[in-house]
Write a protein that binds this ligand. Sequence first.
Ligand SMILES: Nc1ncnc2c1ncn2[C@@H]1O[C@H](COP(=O)(O)OP(=O)(O)OP(=O)(O)O)[C@@H](O)[C@H]1O
Length: 485
Amino acid sequence: MSIAEILIVDDEVEVCTFFNYYFQEIKQLPVHVDYSGELARKDFQQKKYDLALIDLKLPDTDGITLLKEIKALNPNCEVIIMTGYSTVKSAVEAMKFGAFDYIDKPFNDLGELDEIIDRVLQFIQSKQTYVQNEIKTITTNFGIVISENSPMKEILLLARKIASKKLGVLIEGETGTGKELAARYIHNNSPRSSHPFIAINCGALTESLLESELFGHEKGAFTGAISRRRGVFEIANYGTLLLDEIGDASPAIQLKLLRVLETGEFYRVGGETPLKSDVRILAASNKNLRQAVKDRLFREDLLYRLDVVDLKLPPLRKRVMDIEPLINYFIEKNLSDKQTQAVFTKEAISILQNYSWPGNIRELSNVVSRAMVLRVGSKMDEKCLPPYLLAREEKHFEKENNGNVVLSEDSPQIWTQHRLKTILEQDEVNLPEVIRMLEQQNNDIIHTIIMKALETTNNNQNKAAELLHINPRTLRYLKNEKIKR
Ligand SMILES: Nc1ncnc2c1ncn2[C@@H]1O[C@H](COP(=O)(O)OP(=O)(O)OP(=O)(O)O)[C@@H](O)[C@H]1O
């Protein structure tokens, strides 16, 4: 049974000694003891417990208050209240606040105690099995990999709940966090799953092309429109349409989209007959659309229609626990039948877990594929990782003791704040001069990176470009044109 540590909170030394023995020696489970509510609170904020046994009468607090606090911090932790004869009524009351059960002190009937403990342990185990099965299904059926403790779990649960409803859903997240994958997940869990799912990138096309892609066009509507063409609103009828990078849609397109969302009607470009389509619209964005509304770049009424449900996908650096399962998944995906095995060394995994992943899961997938090509035998060590992963400058995030991820001192954000402070401290700010200085600094940084990559690859421009995730033409341009010094 995989149970995290069990917490005993009681000021009676004999009770604590008994439970220490009971759980460690008889049940073979890890146990920790706190003699006050204060100590238990502290421990609870730092550790994950599956089970807590709490005395109703503590020197500094009462068990019910502590129970409520624990449930607020970790609703998954089961709590058993320990009570004397005089407080049984309060113990029953505790069950209304989520306690699993209560046990009477002193423990005269060990059989009864054993029965309650076995019951709660079984319950915890069945919850874990349920979650594990859910996660397995999500991976097998939808290709989405997450760990048991991932913040993605709640998000996907919500996504599945609202899948069957025709509510506007806005999926937000940095590039590569899985927004399209989440949209497909919603579609595949909906009654529309046997109809098309179409994703269209609103930032990749010019305004007129996007309009024609969305709504279609009539023959002769513009030069080159040699025949009538259906748009995705028609093609995706009864299905789902993902408007990706919706924040990049022009004001004119935003207005047209609002009209379709409000009336369900649209016109092909050059058309005069209104058309109807039963499409479920999902939108995705890696920009903050609320800020875009404030900056008057995005229509508030459209945002209001789109984000009835808002799914915020956390960046990979905020879900470090997902990195290892994702690595294993990508390794498996890359292995051909003839290949036996491939594993990262512990050191390599630690580097991967400490990197800030600006390109998120897409970047991780590329790094794993690259390592598998470069590996000798089955082991993949640091040498199989791109050099930029090994540079200290990339460690913009640090893990605190409690597992939270925070900005480290050398993160770009903190660096920018320092820079800004120095500029604003001057008596007079000459903005053109500031812009020139920042551009020069940018150029210096890019130049240094390119020269280092060329040095690493013995001046091989193709290899250097690959290393930097750009094409050789861009590398030549950046080296020769843009950053002549
Ligand atoms: N949890 C996950 N498990 C497995 N693969 C994932 C997961 N999340 C994302 N991916 C993979 O990472 C890649 C990027 O995902 P996706 O295209 O959905 O991201 P996105 O947020 O829509 O990116 P962009 O904003 O750049 O369009 C895809 O190949 C996708 O299959």
